[in-house]
Design a protein around this ligand. Sequence first.
Ligand code: NIG
Ligand code: FE
Length: 411
Amino acid sequence: MNDLIIQNIKELILPKSTDRPLKGAELDQLDVIENGTVVVNDGKIVYSGPHTDKYDAEQVIDATGTVVSPSLIDAHTHLVFGGSREHEMSLKRQGKSYLEILESGGGILSTVKATRDISEEDLFKKAEHDLLTMIQHGVLGVESKSGYGLDKENELKQLRVSNRLAEKYGLDMRHTFLGPHAVPEEAESNEAFLNEMIELLPEVKEYADFADIFCETGVFSVEESRHYMQKAKEVGFKVKIHADEIDPLGGLELAIDENAISADHLVASSAEGKAKLKNSDTVAVLLPATTFYLDKNDYADARGMLDNDGAIAIATDYNPGSSVTNNLQLAMAIAALKLKLSPNEVWNAVTVNAAKAIDLDAGTINEGDKANIVIWNAPNHEYIPYHFGINHAQKVIKDGRVIVDNEFSLD
Ligand code: NIG
Ligand code: FE
């Protein structure tokens, strides 16, 4: 006897299990099974495929009229931060750009102040609330960055919160040290601050899987980023980079040269950088909700990256300044509209490829996989990125157990 059968699934979405990210045209391939069945036992998938009656289970969910998929993975978030920045909306209306707000001590630096000022317990509660919202929206794999502490005490505080959340909810989380996210006001120079962050690397290793850096005009240069990434690799980190978000500095080329697990943003990446994706498994993590929120007209060239046989993933970049949404379904919709991705490409980009971008064994529900599943209140898989801005997740199943049930009831 099994634990659970999900029966009569209108569309069962089955991304392929691979040991490397899907690249180029492979992203448009997705098994979509009409009238599917999923069987779960002991938190694992026993069967997923076309309808069958050959299994018994304690619990049967009739999924008539719904879509079933692996739970989603948000491969780039700044989940743990103090405060909020709604006051920046009026600065933006006055025409101030993102980098101008940062230069005048606002932006990231105002979140640094709020993150330093908040207690670890309050920081935990705030991030927990945001994480639970993500789970309610169908996400069970999360990457979470530090980078609002910019000193030892507060970077560690953020990373401890992130680790405690993973433990409390038994979640597939990855934690990223983003010490070089901005240069704090008290720093003597960029160089001195970067060295301070490099010295922290061995100590933060206990709490972080990846080391990340913000390579951008006015923040860290390509050469500084290269130096940091090399030092981080010496300590045993896999590396990531915020690259070419605003200016085309060559961060994508650097990421590929340094064999980064992912290069993120890439809105302004050069043709040479995109061409280099062909011979690399570095995942281009594209963050279209950020471009939308920064009110830019030019989005990352996802089609060009796929034409170059690149691997792409989609994430929210949830943070209080440049992408104030922890709803990955919204990022999927913006990706479909503005990055011109097909429904299949969108689904692969938030499941199997998102998993590869953060070194997680997740994103698929084939036999033997963890039973992390979402039942979507939608008639087909194309509908979810189409009907944008709302939550389509009806049930979220983690390790074979229904942990979210969004059904409305007057009882
Ligand atoms: O990924 N670009 C740098 N970091 C974040 C924004 C952080 C903030 O504005 O607070 C990002 O967009
Ligand atoms: Fe980011």
